[in-house]
Design a protein around this ligand. Structure first.
Ligand SMILES: Nc1nc2c(c(=O)[nH]1)N[C@H]1C(S)=C(S)[C@@H](COP(=O)(O)OP(=O)(O)OC[C@H]3O[C@@H](n4cnc5c(N)ncnc54)[C@H](O)[C@@H]3O)O[C@H]1N2
Ligand code: MOO
Length: 418
């Protein structure tokens, strides 16, 4: 007698064997219900977080008219009309820093450095290299255009402008922009805490010897890397044996302590696939089985009696882990943080492809942009969900719509680089 069976529910009471688009809708809805709280972080810790509130400008940028070059500030009307060299009297210096409150009179100029406030009266800057010095005079050899090399107050942004939006990923450029407003901290959404489990009696850890019938646990390190690539700090737990009591105990422990419990393996139809039965009995299943390839057995549940965590159970095949994480798992953690959906890219298929099955497919391929700017993707023919070499040789998922179809070379498709 098997210890337990992942029997398929007759009348499941939750979405079962659903289209990929429906699964996306469920992931988005669950994430919205469980949006994580904002927290305040210093700018030095903000990189990779999702902004919780809009950032509105309280300062104009630049805050004052200033010079874009090291040179001399003067009145453009003073230049000789025929473009010949013009001699100006050098009457002061304005460096970047305290405003010397100078005024440039007609026929005069002020030495200025990049970023220094433009003195009153001046409207143009000539760069140093286009002048010669002659005693107390500066000779403008190459005439700038009116207003040249002056950066106007407010030309980048003005008070009241929305500079960053809630849901934006905080990139280095956006952190710099926040700092330019004088902000030392930002309100970001707390990142989810994630527990990672692999399941299966066949697994042994890299670095130890393999016995007959055993394989290395490759999913754990792959998943940890996928999570870390999102700026998360996942916690890996020891591999779970195919034992219902031990699985229940470990998942209950994690279900109390983490926002998200991520498992891989043991979620399909085998006698040792314990997770569907456990989560139907102890949790609240939000969906099980998605008509996608790879990754069909994926299950999403709320912990309920296993604790407040969400449980996302990925199928065990290593390429299924990669694909389901990228298209549904990552979307869930994005949604928990209120991040906007990521854009797909488009590319042309670089070879013919015959798709024989019904499920929507995330095929692995190599993606590049040719010298004419056209984006291509070469599908890898080793399309089994155990074909890790093909996944490692590839750098994109190719999205092929549900249903069989013969794709001709050059057909545009969606791609998700990884
Ligand atoms: N009768 C059915 N059999 C299967 C179905 C089905 O619907 N009916 N679905 C197939 C599909 S599709 C997938 S995907 C797999 C998923 O099964 P599980 O999630 O239960 O995963 P396991 O059976 O535990 O493992 C599958 C495969 O992956 C290897 N594995 C598991 N964990 C790891 C790990 N941490 N590192 C490396 N490799 C791992 C495991 O040894 C198996 O070879 O089910 C199909 N079967
Ligand atoms: O859906 Mo499974 O991931 O094809 O092998």
């Amino acid at each position: 007698m098997p210890a337990s069976t992942a029997t398929e529910p007759q009348a499941p009471g939750f979405p079962f064997r659903i289209a990929f688009e429906e699964a996306v809708g469920i992931v988005d809805a669950v994430a919205a219900e469980r949006r994580l709280q904002p927290q305040t972080v210093s700018l030095s810790r903000a990189h990779g977080h999702i902004l919780a509130r809009d950032v509105v400008a309280t300062l104009a940028q630049p805050p004052f008219d200033n010079s874009a070059m090291d040179g001399f500030a003067f009145r453009h009307a003073d230049l000789a009309a025929d473009g010949s060299p013009t001699r100006l009297v050098l009457s002061g210096e304005q460096f970047a820093g305290p405003d010397a409150a100078l005024t440039v009179e007609a026929g005069h100029c002020v030495r200025i450095t990049t970023g220094a406030p433009l003195p009153a009266g001046a409207d143009t800057v000539v760069m140093k290299e286009n002048t010669t010095l002659d005693g107390d005079s500066v000779v403008v050899q190459v005439a700038p255009k009116p207003g040249q090399h002056v950066r106007r107050a407010g030309e980048d942004s003005n008070i009241g402008d929305v500079l960053l939006r809630a849901g934006d990923l905080l990139t280095p450029a956006r952190i710099g922009l926040a700092a330019s407003q004088g902000l030392a901290q930002l309100d970001v959404v707390r990142k989810p805490t994630v527990a990672v489990f692999a399941t299966g009696d066949e697994l042994v850890e890299p670095g130890t010897a393999l016995g007959p019938g055993q394989i290395y646990n490759s999913n754990r390190d792959q998943l940890m890397a996928l999570l870390r690539a999102e700026g998360l700090e996942p916690v890996a737990f020891p591999t779970l044996p195919d034992d219902a009591a031990q699985v229940t105990s470990a998942l209950r422990h994690a279900g109390e302590a983490f926002d998200l419990v991520l498992t891989c393996g043991g979620v399909s139809a085998g006698e040792k696939d314990l997770l569907p039965e456990l989560l139907q009995r102890r949790g609240r299943v939000r969906m099980w089985k998605v008509m996608m390839k790879p990754g069909m057995p994926l299950l999403l549940a709320e912990g309920d009696t296993l604790g407040p965590a969400l449980f996302l159970c990925l199928p065990g095949n290593p390429v299924s882990v990669l694909a389901t994480w990228l298209v549904l798992g990552r979307r869930l953690v994005d949604g928990l943080q209120g991040r906007q959906p990521r854009p797909l890219r488009r590319a042309r298929l670089a070879s013919d492809w015959g798709k024989k099955h019904e499920r929507l497919e995330f095929l692995r391929g190599r993606w590049w942009i040719d010298e004419t700017g056209i984006s291509w993707v070469e599908p890898n023919p080793a399309d089994g969900s155990h074909r890790m070499q093909a996944a490692a040789d590839s750098d994109a998922l190719i999205v092929l719509a549900a249903g069989p179809r013969d794709y001709a070379v050059g057909t545009p498709v969606d791609v998700l680089p990884y």
